[in-house]
Ligand binder design. Sequence first.
Ligand code: TPP
Ligand code: MG
Length: 564
Amino acid sequence: VPAVGDTPPGEPITGGEAVYWALRAIGVRHVFGIISIHNIPIFDAIDRLGAIAHISCRHEQSAAHAADGYARVTGELGVVIASTGPGTTNTATGLLEAGFASSPVLLITGQAASDSLGKSKGYLHEFEQQLSMLRTLAPHAESVSSRGEIMGTVLDVARRILTGRPQPGAVEIPTDIQWARAPERTGQWLAPKPVAPAASTLDRAAELLSTGRRVAIWAGGGVTIAGAGGALTDLAERLNAPVFLTNNARGAMPPGHPLCMGATADLPQAWEIMRAADVMLAVGTRFQWGATANWQAPVPQRLIHLDVDPGVIGVNYTAELPVVGDALVGLEGLLERISPRSADLDFQMLSRNAQAALKETLDLQAGRDYLAIGDAIVRHLPADGVIASDATMAVQMFAQRLLPITRPRSSTTVTSGAIGPGLATALGAAIGSGAPTILIQGDGGLMMSIGELVTISETRAQVIVLVFNDRGYGAIRMLESMSFGERAFATELQTPDFCAIANAMGIGARRVDDSDEFDQAFAQAIADGGPYLLDIDLTKMPSTSPVEWMRRSRAMLEARFEEA
Ligand SMILES: Cc1ncc(C[n+]2csc(CCOP(=O)(O)OP(=O)(O)O)c2C)c(N)n1
Ligand SMILES: [Mg+2]
């Protein structure tokens, strides 16, 4: 049935409409972007045809991060629409982060009109090598060179983005081709199918797991992407195996489960378990830097590595048995082949003790204020709430460790470690989930994307920005203190009045000086129902200082080694 404003059947449609119909065939409901002379026919179609909502971000970097946040909470394609040249170069960091996090993001952009392209004439926004740039960031990037290719190219690129380990993609369409009319209306959307590991490889993996007496599991974002949390939990129970979750896997297993070790694989306290394990099953992970603490984590040599992307297997830790395939199909295949067995009691005791010790250590490390703030968040955030974060010390010090993530796709972190994506990622996550979304944000990173406060205000998406404000680049200040003592450089920032900025953008805001006040203010922000900003003054809470945190952490480690 043609939507309101649709061109009657049989009439030629514009290239912009072809993009619209391709996106509809895929099931796209929201796009994020900025309009331009180079993409106007696409926005025209979106406006007239009505079933896709457009969110006008204030920077294309943010539009890309918002599409990424949207994709992470929904599991659907995140779409960003940008202009040629500057609009597209602005999306670069968003594409980089999406690639790092294996998030399915599609950029649709323009290109100079076909009769000028390739002549270096100085066309408006000219960037003739745009496709080369895009291909370094988004493996699935294509250029369209005729009107008839639009629908097929968008569908094909989307299918490639969503196949196997998701990676971003892009389609660039010259402006004249976006305006050109042709009669085609529908394209065929073939949803990608999960890749099944070879049965013989699963047999060998099951055999190897059965020879292990002390099996540990390392689960990454691939488990979330495949929706394999249930199978992971079943297999862990069958093997009595403690499970380490990377940040992107949090929520795959209930945090209170006796075998769930949470996001702790980077902590020395967790390494005793890995040293004691005789076999490890890694699933949907590439053992990247952060999760492994710079690859110090002692992953056992008897490693079965299940991942849909053969390119990530063996890069960081040699796998005794590579298993290429989808995490869900692979784990289900292992469940069919493995029967329950009794636990090695020493190993079970070791992991129970480590779990308790980790909890105690993490609480002590977090310090009293973060502990109280975390506790207030847990008490007041509704059950469907989403937790987004930027790369701030508050994430390291309490959020990623102590805030329980109880459902898959209910949290986002900046996997590449960039500061700045948080606000837009939270916007996309709030729109995708339709649920209250809190953002753990530093003051430095916030300034990189502050303009999106007005996008949040305009959409009334319930993003609650928690600014952990230490008036500077705290993480770097901490690093400086390790090498340069008291000398801080390039880290002290003049910090604006974030509450005044939020108010000016149409968002309620409140300043918070201590954790009791946080409790009240956060409850009120949630009850308010709309977007909100809390400016949390960390300079009034000494226990939140990263330098102090580092001292506490070291003292604890040393005490442990003395004990041993
Ligand atoms: C895009 C980008 N530029 C620079 C950095 C280096 N960097 C890492 S942490 C940090 C400070 C972040 O400050 P803030 O957001 O206030 O959080 P805090 O560390 O103070 O908690 C900087 C500059 C980075 N990670 N990403
Ligand atoms: Mg800061």
